[in-house]
Ligand binder design. Structure first.
Ligand SMILES: [Zn+2]
Length: 430
């Protein structure tokens, strides 16, 4: 039992509120006895925390802190008052950025925007910007059948009928405010490169062309979006990223939490995803039995090193790492003959060249890629550390992979001389 917390009731269930009785609570922040309920009203006055933050700070399950009637409450749109103030430019720009981020959701009578508890300050910044049209901050608690737990949802909400019509303003200043909100909401920095997974392809194209035309900042489209109709974009180079961040600096610095991601650097860590694929291959001109077609189960470790994102606590979401590795590598190699997958592997599908081939594919999506390991058998494996994305962009694809695809092949001086020779010494038999 955590100190300062008294529970004298019996086991309770949320669908049996009558069994929820006899609880006495003391606030761990101010040590006041509170009868049987600790609520946001008390906490806000006593320490400024929300109940969910209080639960985290004192490592208590939310379920134990909440009274049954605080859970699964129905919010009533009639309790919201429509302000007389009309919308202003900042409201329009913040909403436009959040629409692009697909952050504005509708459910029942309400339109709402949610963010996790670590980004509460950011949500409160939205609240401050949008309160003139009647948004209210709510922390609501739901019993979730699947997880058998009470979960909290932090959102700012407004009855949908209060919402102003969507207006597109494309002045320079509005554009910068809108993309700062968009990037503040869904932009991620990986090893100095900004990634934005646009939920809507049209927005991606509009932002890409506006940034290119007005500011000479390039976004590179990547073909792996989490959204069905989306478009993942990466600032093409390190320089494009730093120019975009400095262009938006004044706007991003203003958005709490979001600014941590772009202007702070935290500890580094390495995350590893292990993948397997079954492939066949042969080694051209090998003097021994490797010249024969043979196959097996390859295992691959993809290692990514980066600063830990303060807003997620992750270097990278393992789900993203898995999605990239699966779509870009496993789906291409699994149940294939490696020699026929790509010209780069047709001569030598050795673990060494396979590593370089995979490295060059993955680094576009995973600029923090720090090491690749490929196990051809449990006893034979090859480790590779390749160039950074910046180095690769500057020096191009590996010469080892380029030999048979190079334009130079077949154009040597020697072949030219031999082809001119009257004796036609270079003769292709067949
Ligand atoms: Zn208190």
């Amino acid at each position: 039992m955590p100190t300062g917390f008294f529970l004298t009731g019996t086991i309770f269930l949320y669908n049996e509120p009558h069994r929820f009785g006899g609880i006495r609570m003391q606030c761990n922040e101010c040590n006041k006895e509170l009868g049987n309920q600790l609520d946001n009203e008390h906490l806000y006055a006593c320490c400024g925390l929300t109940l969910q933050e209080y639960a985290l700070r004192h490592h208590l399950p939310l379920d134990l802190l909440l009274h049954a009637d605080q859970v699964n409450q129905q919010d009533d749109a009639a309790s919201y008052i429509k302000p007389n103030n009309s919308s202003n430019q900042q409201v329009q720009d913040v909403l436009a950025g959040l629409y692009m981020a697909d952050a504005i959701k509708k459910q029942g009578d309400f339109t709402f925007i949610t963010l996790g508890i670590r980004r509460l300050e950011q949500l409160l910044w939205y609240q401050q910007a949008l309160q003139v049209i009647g948004f209210q901050f709510k922390q609501e608690y739901f019993y979730e059948n699947e997880s058998h737990r009470v979960l909290a949802r932090n959102s700012i909400k407004v009855p949908t009928s209060f919402l102003p019509p969507r207006i597109v303003n494309s002045s320079d200043e509005s554009f910068l405010q809108q993309i700062a909100v968009l990037i503040g909401h869904i932009g991620e920095l990986h090893t100095g490169y900004l990634f934005i997974d646009f939920p809507n392809t049209n927005d991606a194209q509009r932002v890409e062309s506006e940034l290119a035309n007005k500011y000479q900042i390039r976004l590179a489209p990547l073909d792996v979006s989490e959204h069905e109709k989306g478009q993942l974009m990466r600032c093409e180079t390190l320089e494009d990223t730093s120019r975009l961040i400095s262009l938006l600096s004044e706007y991003l610095q203003d958005i709490p939490n979001a600014c941590e991601r772009f202007f702070e650097q935290h500890e580094e860590a390495i995350v590893v995803k292990e993948l397997v694929f079954d492939s066949a291959h042969f080694i051209t001109d090998h003097p021994d039995k490797c010249v024969n077609l043979h196959g097996g189960r390859y295992a691959m470790n993809v290692k990514v090193k980066d600063h830990i994102d303060p807003l997620t606590g992750f270097v990278l979401d393992y789900g993203y790492l898995k999605r990239i590795a699966k779509e870009k590598i496993v789906n291409v190699l699994d149940h294939h003959n490696l020699n026929y997958v790509a010209a780069e592997l047709s001569w030598r599908s050795s673990t060494e060249l396979l590593n370089i081939f995979i490295w060059e594919k993955l680094i576009e999506y995973l600029p923090g890629l720090t090491e690749l390991q490929i196990y051809e058998t449990s006893q034979s494996h090859c480790t590779y550390v390749g160039p950074s994305l910046d180095e690769l962009q500057k020096k191009g694809q590996s010469a080892l992979l380029r030999y048979f695809v190079s334009d130079e092949l077949g154009k040597s001086k020697l072949r030219y001389i031999l082809s001119q020779s009257s004796q036609r010494r270079l003769k292709i038999i067949g």
